[in-house]
Design a protein around this ligand. Structure first.
Ligand SMILES: [Zn+2]
Length: 342
């Protein structure tokens, strides 16, 4: 990026109410067949335009073509039975009914490549595309086949790499892997989680990012956050190894968060997509509040490596709130750009 402090979002944006029931995750589609395909593309166009109006520099599809950031990808794979469901504890935090791995997993055809080509046709701006990370995928399934979290993660990494290479060929500039699980299973992250992620990125020439957050603003997550005390030091467990990894960009949650900002020192040298927008509240940040978060981060991140972003996806918010937050992000980054060039 030539521009200083290029803005982007972590991932999802709210669905228009004609496409899916708003302000919830896993919301069922309101259209079907050809109408659904057209509806998803129209929603993608709407959010591309919203991002452009707000002055967002690195744009995305706002995940308008997927129901959920993990499940939709898995639905397209062989080896997973969505009829056979088990209740498991996701991220060691809340019970969810999940599908079962019943055989060898594989990807018969591309999942998001056509959607990425469609977005690429609509804009010349840099585009970012999100995929689930291998560890977060295995954590959203019951495995009756491999019976090894590491082995299944490795299989998913190979599949993700196939998808990522095709997304790159479709013109995606940054491929982001969402790994909220990295904030929970520290031993596994260090033993094989980061290695599996690097396998998913193998051979890519475009930029790569990993998004590690404290989750959507849903009750299970806000309740969990209350148990974490006054200082959230989860990132400290995985940053040293991430700093040595091949990953170009690390996407983090920092707005209204109890993450001590000096933990960023542990990943110095990496590009940081810094969450300066809280997705767990309807209160829209002022540009000054956004600028203050970015300013604090600049003690530990070189200005040319700081990418202002949101804490997480905004799918559960209303469109008006999400729009307001995009505008605040953009205006907050502009305050700091002016300071830096003065
Ligand atoms: Zn997130």
């Amino acid at each position: 990026m030539n521009k200083l402090l290029p803005t982007s979002t972590a991932g999802s944006l709210p669905k228009p109410l004609w496409l899916a029931e708003p302000e919830k995750i896993w919301s069922p589609w309101r259209l079907e067949g050809e109408e659904l395909i057209e509806g998803k593309q129209d929603a993608l166009r709407v959010w591309l335009q919203e991002q452009q109006h707000a002055g967002i520099d690195i744009v995305s599809d706002g995940e308008q073509t997927r129901q959920h950031f993990v499940t939709t990808f898995i639905e397209h794979l062989d080896g997973v039975d969505f009829e056979k469901r088990k209740t498991v504890k996701i991220r060691d935090r809340y019970d969810a009914s999940v599908p079962t791995v019943v055989g060898a997993v594989s990807r018969q055809k591309p999942v998001f490549v056509e959607d990425a080509k469609f977005l690429r046709q609509q804009t010349k701006q840099p585009i970012k595309w999100a995929l689930p990370g291998p560890m977060t995928m295995i954590d959203t399934l019951y495995d009756a086949h491999y019976k090894s979290r590491e082995e299944l993660a490795w299989e998913f990494a190979v599949i993700l790499n196939q998808e990522a290479k095709e997304l790159e060929a479709a013109g995606v500039d940054i491929i982001q892997f969402d790994e909220p699980s990295f904030n929970v299973f520290f031993d596994e992250v260090n033993d094989w989680g980061i290695a599996a992620l690097e396998r998913a990125m193998e051979g890519l020439k475009c930029e790569t990012a990993v998004h590690i957050c404290y989750g959507y603003g849903i009750k299970a997550n806000t309740d969990w956050k209350k148990t974490l005390g006054s200082e959230w030091r989860q990132y400290e467990e995985v940053f040293p190894k991430l700093q040595k990894s091949n990953i170009d960009i690390i996407s983090l949650e920092c707005q209204n968060s109890h993450v001590p900002i000096d933990l960023l020192e542990l990943i110095r040298g990496k590009k940081i997509m810094l969450g300066a927008i809280d997705v767990a509240t309807n209160i829209i940040e002022t540009p000054e509040e956004v600028a203050a978060t970015l300013r604090r981060a600049l003690q530990f991140v070189d200005a040319d490596k700081l990418y202002p972003s949101t804490n997480c996806g905004m799918a559960p918010l209303s469109r008006a709130v999400a729009r307001g937050k995009l505008n605040a992000l953009s205006a907050g980054a502009e305050i700091l750009r002016r300071e830096l060039s003065a």
